[in-house]
Design a protein around this ligand. Structure first.
Ligand SMILES: Cc1ncc(C[n+]2csc(CCOP(=O)(O)OP(=O)(O)O)c2C)c(N)n1
Ligand SMILES: [Mg+2]
Length: 322
């Protein structure tokens, strides 16, 4: 990897962290409505994974999607404007936090119903199989989604129909307020892929370089075999499930331990300095630049117009050619 590629991963993780810290404040000021699920703590997962994709690879995820949107190349201003429901947002202010999308960047959303996007991923991969191209559909979902019927239907069909899908389970140890062991019969989510004869592996998701490497291997496995692969990435969310979560299901000591020992940005910072890839001063400089970018994103979003009332029904239905 070139130095600028290493630094770009650091930059992207910073953008996610800083954008979400601002979003959290704007939410408390009442400027963001609806739900807001923060990705803070999980930045290395989507950053490493999406850095390994090729342009033709589709990405689809659940509602914890701001980081994925940024990694797919949506500018921070458009992500922030979407959070504020503004016309300049990436989904024209109609989607909000859980429905970021940008088809031109091959990012297919942002889906709020747990597990519901897995059959959509299978369908997109079926389309690519018909077209005979070498695109892989990267489908990200949480540990909780593996207990949903859609998950099992989609995994089964992906194997039966030999679909080019990379199933990526982000196991952050909790669903909405339920520890994995209280809701899942097995402790490693990859064990569920065994039941559908899908090759699989499990890795830690706090080191962006390790995520990138495992993702490259998994993508190559799907691309060359034209069959699915299941990658479980173990991680931890540092914030509540959504805003206003009293977090009675875990202790603050547990959260602090993860923050102190496994912060993905801290781990990568150390890696860059120890490997002599960048100096502390250079990284400080990058941090300042990222802060500036996010300030500009907030300004862009706040000064953008609301969607016009006459556009209310725009993009709701698609009119097919007669
Ligand atoms: C079908 C369905 N059931 C319940 C919910 C409410 N709900 C929202 S998020 C969530 C937990 C999902 O946990 P997980 O898949 O582990 O994702 P994480 O929030 O940890 O990223 C639940 C139960 C929902 N959105 N959809
Ligand atoms: Mg979870």
């Amino acid at each position: 990897m070139e130095k600028n590629e290493y630094l770009e991963l650091f930059h992207q993780m910073l953008l996610i962290r800083l954008l979400e810290e601002q979003a959290s404040m704007l939410y408390q000021q009442g400027k963001i409505g609806g739900f807001l699920h923060l990705y803070i703590g999980q930045e290395a997962v989507s950053t490493g994974l999406i850095s390994a994709r090729q342009d033709q690879d589709r990405v689809i995820t659940a509602y914890r999607d701001h980081g994925v949107a940024l990694n797919c190349g949506i500018p921070p201003g458009e992500v922030m404007a979407e959070l504020l429901g503004k016309a300049t947002g990436c989904s024209a202010g109609r989607g909000g936090s859980m429905h970021m999308a940008d088809v031109e960047r091959n990012f297919w959303g942002g889906h709020a119903i747990v597990g519901a996007h897995l059959p959509i991923a299978a369908g997109m991969a079926l389309g690519d199989r018909y077209r005979g191209n070498d695109a892989v559909t990267i489908c990200m979902f949480g540990d909780g989604a593996t207990n949903i019927g859609y998950f099992h239907e989609a995994l089964n069909l992906s194997k039966v129909w030999e679909l080019p899908v990379l199933w990526v389970c982000e196991n952050n140890l909790y669903g909405m307020g339920t520890a994995v062991e209280r809701a899942s019969a097995v402790s490693e989510m990859r064990q569920k892929a065994e039941g559908y004869a899908i090759p699989n592996s499990v890795i830690s998701g706090m080191d962006v370089m390790k995520v990138r490497e495992a993702s490259m291997q998994a993508l190559e496995a799907v691309r060359s075999s034209k069959t699915p692969y299941f990658l479980e990435i173990q991680t931890y969310r540092f914030r509540g499930h959504s805003m206003g979560d009293p977090e009675r299901y875990r202790t603050s000591e547990e959260v602090k331990r993860w923050q102190n020992e496994s912060d993905p940005i801290g781990i990568y910072h150390k890696h860059l300095v120890e490997q002599n890839i960048a100096s502390v001063d250079e990284l400080d400089e990058l941090e300042k630049k990222a802060e500036q970018e996010i300030q500009e994103a907030v300004h862009f979003a706040e000064s953008s117009p609301e969607p016009a009332p006459e556009d209310l029904f725009k993009n709701v239905y698609f009119e097919a050619d007669k």
